[in-house]
Design a protein around this ligand. Structure first.
Ligand code: NAD
Ligand code: ZN
Length: 326
């Protein structure tokens, strides 16, 4: 087996994890990828696979990825292609990883032209979400992960949204009990959707993109870095709520309540031009003929996909959001 990690996750949890695996009698090698998005490059993945060859690991070996979404995406991708595919285990160490990135079998690399433009579907044999890993996260990383759990609540499970809202202060500081509840409910929510549409062919899985159309455009415009992914998704969800109220029949009190909550989540100040965000929307991976596709809500927990949102509405929704964070 090869245990793959990155320097920060390794320093915190690597030696213990390695010792636990070795205690069970396995021969375990280790490999460290660069930290953060730098893991999601051809160079880093090729470095991992060449190291595996050097260590004499063959088709019968298993990979275990210990780290945030960048490690599980990149190492999962290496597992998908190494000797045409070997089994892998996902051991996500961030909240983002435990509620979203580490589960569902999407693995990916970034290309200079954009994020996640190469990848494969390769389901992990098992995902181990140990919430003890989460105590060391910074408040910002925690909030970024909570954003994906809020997304599940808004789009599929209003009771989860209520739970997050009622326990927000405890969740922000990483209280173990509520954190464990959110991880297990949000992870189960994602798995339920993925099980219905593993390879994103029937449309069900696309609904997990609630908040991501505008979110991705903001990340791309800000130039990946100033905004954590979850922070961009918070803003994207606010835009999607605004559009849902006008174009999908989301009742005003539900929209106002959800937006009121999202509006309290701290987001860094940014100065982005509306026109740049609108052109990023047209270039989105999922846009068809320059028309972005949106997941909107007919009600809380009732998502739908549409490509028929008038551009002037998008301009107003994005414009007022950018005004707020300027
Ligand atoms: N495959 C999917 O379905 C999917 C879904 C969502 C996001 N993603 C991808 O996930 C990536 C983002 O994941 P992420 O937010 O976990 O980022 P990340 O892996 O870069 O981790 C964020 C930071 O936290 C540090 N870290 C990791 N574990 C820690 C711990 N326990 N305590 C303290 N610090 C820790 C890391 O060193 C890093 O600096 C993006 O590349 C995104 O595209 C994939
Ligand atoms: Zn996301």
């Amino acid at each position: 087996m090869v245990l793959v990690s990155e320097p920060v996750a390794w320093r915190l949890y690597g030696p213990k994890t390695l010792a636990a695996l070795r205690r069970s009698g396995l021969r375990v090698e280790r490999h460290l990828m660069p930290r953060g998005e730098k893991a999601k490059t051809w160079q880093a993945v090729s470095g991992l696979m060449r190291d595996m060859l050097r260590l004499g690991l063959g088709r019968d070996c298993t990979l275990a990825a210990l780290g945030g979404g960048s490690v599980t995406d990149a190492a999962g991708f290496a597992a998908a292609i190494y000797m045409r595919g070997i089994p892998w285990f996902s051991l996500p160490t961030t909240l983002m990883g435990q509620v979203d990135a580490g589960i569902g079998g999407k693995t990916a690399l970034d290309l200079p032209e954009g994020k996640n433009l190469a990848g494969a579907f390769h389901q992990p044999t098992a995902v181990v979400c140990d919430t003890d890993f989460l105590g060391s996260l910074s408040p910002r990383e925690r909030i970024s992960g909570l954003a994906e759990a809020i997304k599940c609540g808004l789009a599929f499970e209003p009771a989860l949204l209520d739970f997050i809202q009622n326990n927000w202060n405890a969740l922000r500081v990483g209280a173990p009990g509520p954190t464990e509840r959110v991880v297990s409910r949000a992870a189960a929510c994602k798995m339920r959707i993925v099980a219905k549409d593993e390879r994103e062919t029937t449309g069900e899985r696309e609904l997990l993109n609630f908040g991501h159309t505008v979110g991705h455009a903001l990340e791309a415009t800000a130039g990946f870095g100033p905004l954590r992914h979850g922070e961009a998704v918070v803003l994207g969800m606010r835009a999607a709520l605004w559009l849902s109220r006008r174009h999908a029949g989301l009742p005003e009190p539900q929209a106002a309540r959800a937006d009121g909550f999202l509006g309290t989540i701290p987001i860094p100040r940014l100065d982005l031009p509306v026109s740049a965000v609108l052109s990023a929307l047209q270039r989105d991976k999922k846009a068809r003929k320059g028309k972005p596709r949106f997941v909107l809500l007919r009600g809380l927990g009732r998502p739908m996909v549409t490509a028929e949102v008038p551009e002037r509405s998008v301009r107003v929704a994005v414009g007022s959001l950018l005004e707020e964070i300027r």
